[in-house]
Design a protein around this ligand. Structure first.
Ligand SMILES: [Ca+2]
Length: 365
């Protein structure tokens, strides 16, 4: 498997930990793609035997070491990143301790999918933080989904754990975890000519190599620990972080795709002056990813709203919209969502939608 040189360097720094204080951290965790194989004596069929059977990881409960493709018993596991993955059975977990900078914001990026039950959940914890990721919705019907989870480091060493809190009749049932990477994030600040933090979505989680389908930002992300710095992911479903390498992006190198209709919204809380009038500008378009049709993005700020229709021909076109709102308090929430659901023309199982970029709020003199 081809690994970018920068990832190798970051991986080296990650495992040695020596230069971390001064160095920016991005890349796989130790054996983050699970391609460093366990010793044959540490495996019973596919089940890993003991706490240290998988190099660089600590295991608990029934963890299987999986090769992608057809499985005995008729199941098929898609492994998008390399060949191997782990499967977390009933109440099983895998952990890794790593060196980080206290106070810094990080995002974990990982490939995860459910294997048998509809209601499988992956719990990610980096104490004292923890979050449950429902895997019920398959956003990409082919390669499995890639998610991000953000956390703020409380000390210079953190223990990252992926846990299956579920109990199914078949103890092997549970989420498949295919690759795990980390990236340090730098939360952007509002500027004099824009009150919005991270307005063009340029700061976001690591994209896995081979990950051509974007990174899902799970729902219920607080702005202080969001993997998309500054932004809150509200509601029930994910928003997708997409990059210029695989999608058409209006401005810069990344944007967000509103893939789950009204079930998912992206929001930010701005500092405003009550009774002052502001102008909100944003860009709506399509990512040139086979997502066609009549789209609509709804924007909300204080008591004002705007519906922006956009007819996607799947050519990577975009339009700029703006409206004025009057702040009613010292904090104003701006919110965006897609009015409709869309699926890709070439794959009706994959959710897609309008993209949002370049959000700007300035006060009107
Ligand atoms: Ca952008």
């Amino acid at each position: 498997m081809a690994v970018l040189p920068s990832l190798l360097i970051a991986f080296f720094l990650l495992v040695t930990g020596s230069a971390l204080d001064a160095t920016y951290l991005e890349g796989f965790l130790g054996n983050g793609n699970f391609e460093e194989q366990p010793k044959p004596s540490d495996l019973r069929k596919t089940v890993l035997k003991g706490k240290y059977a998988l190099p660089k990881w600590e295991l608990s409960g029934r963890v299987e070491y999986i090769s992608g493709g057809p499985q005995p018993g008729g199941m098929y596991f898609a492994v998008a990143h390399g060949i191997h993955a782990v499967r977390l059975g009933n109440e099983a977990s895998i952990s890794q301790t790593m060196t980080v900078k206290p106070g810094s914001l990080y995002a974990l990026t990982f490939g995860a999918s459910r294997t048998c039950a509809q209601d499988e959940v992956l719990r990610v914890s980096v104490p004292p933080q923890s979050g449950d990721l429902p895997l019920q919705t398959l956003y990409d019907s082919f390669g499995g989904d890639v998610y991000a989870y953000g956390f703020r480091a409380k000390s210079n060493s953190v223990k990252v754990t992926f846990h299956n809190p579920g109990v199914q009749e078949d103890p092997a049932c549970g989420p498949l975890l295919d690759a795990v990477a980390i990236k340090e994030l730098f939360p952007p600040r509002p500027t004099r000519d824009n009150l919005v933090k991270n307005p063009g979505f340029e700061e976001g989680p690591h994209r896995l190599v081979n990950s051509s389908n974007g990174v899902l930002l799970p729902p219920r992300q607080e702005d202080s620990t969001s993997p998309l710095p500054g932004w809150i992911i509200e509601s029930l479903k994910a928003v997708k972080f997409i990059d210029a390498k695989h999608f058409s992006i209006p401005y810069g190198l990344s944007a967000v795709e509103l893939v789950a209709g009204r079930e998912s919204a992206i929001a930010q809380i701005l500092r405003t002056i009550p009774n002052k009038v502001y102008n909100l500008t944003f860009v709506v378009g399509d990512a040139k990813n086979g997502c066609h049709g009549s789209m609509m993005v709804e924007a909300f700020a204080a008591k004002d709203t705007l519906k922006v229709p956009f007819k996607s021909q799947g050519r990577g076109q975009f339009t700029t919209a703006s409206f004025k709102f009057k702040a009613i308090s010292a904090r104003t929430r701006i919110t965006f969502f897609s009015s409709f659901y869309h699926t890709r023309n070439n794959d009706f199982g994959s959710l897609c939608g309008p993209i949002l970029d370049q959000v700007r709020v300035v006060s009107v003199a």
